[in-house]
Design a binder for this molecule. Structure first.
Ligand code: DQA
Length: 142
């Protein structure tokens, strides 16, 4: 089962961001945990991160017919980038939205997710474990 994990804007500087929200883990550490979980779950996972909205959208396009599931944390794009919603909508495989912090209990502007109506599940506020939950969800709902 092929799963693409896409992290978006500012997730490359995770280790420098507010530890109260993001826990101080670096992107490299996060991706290493994701690959460990993938091995345990016998999933083929590929992780990517970009700060370029266009690149993120190209990777979504490339995923059509190429993956069996997607895990996305678009960072702040989640809250306003309708272009990313439109790029993900045609994907036939299930999409799971993940946020390290509990976006539903933070500032008002973070409570809108442009992806909410097209994702199969959302895991928010569980820190890195949210990515494990997303992989488990995709395996269970294959
Ligand atoms: C985030 C939450 C977003 O609101 C924020 O802009 C991020 C990270 C999270 O993982 O908690 O960059 O997606």
């Amino acid at each position: 089962m092929r799963i693409l994990v896409l992290n978006g804007v500012n997730l490359n500087v995770l280790g420098s961001r507010d530890p109260a929200q993001y826990g101080g883990i670096s992107l490299a550490e996060l991706e290493s945990r994701i690959y460990d979980w993938a091995r345990q779950l016998e999933l083929t996972v590929h992780c990517r991160q970009t700060n370029s909205e266009a690149e993120f959208i190209h990777w979504c396009h490339d995923a059509y017919d190429a993956v069996d599931g997607m895990v996305v944390n678009p960072g702040a794009w989640t809250h306003y980038a309708w272009s990313i919603r439109d790029a993900l909508e045609p994907l036939r495989a299930p999409i799971v939205e993940v946020h390290l912090s509990n976006v539903d209990a933070r500032e008002e502007w973070r409570r809108l997710s442009v992806l909410a109506d097209i994702v199969a599940a959302r895991f928010v506020g569980h820190g890195p474990d949210g990515y494990r939950m997303a992989l488990e969800y995709l395996k269970e709902h294959r």
